[in-house]
Design a protein around this ligand. Structure first.
Ligand code: BTN
Length: 249
């Protein structure tokens, strides 16, 4: 199994497996968890043939263009209802790592999208099996151009920062920050608010049980988005897609 010597392994105290190609790094990490792999086991790939996105979508990226990595956690001290905060930790660590290594300031769109303006730079998919939680992170790192069908919808670090980006350096930075973020979930939620472009915005939340329109007023202890609707009620949203709307003041 290939271990990349270029990453300082002791920086986050785990083991790294970097593949040229996998179906999905999340699938691999979940299977490794079931076989007893320890917390902070990390798997990355240059290319995924069946990358998974949120809400059952696929996540596709040309080979070598993206950071595609999954981190196995065993958060036994975190109550199950609070596990979504670990996904927030992943998104915040990724945004901080992008800023530190590329200079690109990525905001977050609830729940865990990295965005520049309204264009998506990356995303996080957290998946659980038993007491294991896998945080999968995809970041668009090095694109030659924006494909026409993603014009205005997606972007990449090199296009925003104008300089080449090393995926391995980005991963190393992300892992060190993730360790910190996972260690203090209350602070993570506090800091998350400063990066969360969704807060204060009028939003449409597309949920399995119907759309909701209102203003995003806060994120609670469980990483749920709190949306104030026209009647003045505040609705807790645990899952869905957020669209930032133009303000109708
Ligand atoms: C999203 O839909 O925004 C989340 C995308 C998460 C994609 C990453 S790429 C690495 C990891 N492995 C997967 O199969 N998915 C996640």
């Amino acid at each position: 199994m290939p271990v990349d010597p270029a990453i300082p392994l002791r920086a986050w105290g785990g083991e790294l497996h970097w593949f040229h190609e996998l179906d999905s790094t999340n699938r691999y990490a979940l299977d490794a968890a079931a076989s007893g792999a320890p917390a902070w086991f990390v798997v990355a790939a240059d290319h995924q043939t069946a990358g998974r996105g949120r809400l059952g979508r696929v996540w596709q990226a040309p080979s070598g263009s993206s950071l595609l990595a999954s981190v196995l956690l065993r958060p036994t001290g975190v109550e199950p209802a609070r596990r979504p905060v670990l996904g927030v930790a992943g998104a915040l660590a990724a945004a901080e790592a992008v800023e530190a290594t590329t200079g690109v300031v990525a905001a977050l769109k609830w729940p865990n999208d990295l965005v520049v303006g309204e264009r998506k730079l990356g995303g996080v998919l957290a998946e659980a099996r038993g007491d294991a939680l896998v945080i999968g992170v995809g970041v668009n790192v090095e694109w030659s151009e924006v494909p026409p069908e993603l014009e205005g919808i997606a972007t990449a670090c090199n296009l925003e920062g104008g300089r080449p980006v090393q995926r391995r350096a980005l991963l190393a930075e992300l892992l060190v920050r993730l360790r910190d973020r996972v260690d203090d979930l209350d602070r993570t939620l506090r800091d998350h608010r400063y990066r969360l472009a969704t807060l204060g915005r009028r939003v449409r939340v597309e949920r399995a049980d119907g759309d909701l329109i209102g203003r995003a007023v806060d994120v609670d202890h469980f990483a749920q988005l709190l949306v104030e609707v026209e009647s003045g009620c505040v609705v807790e949203v645990a899952a869905g897609d957020v669209v930032h709307l133009r303000d109708a003041r």
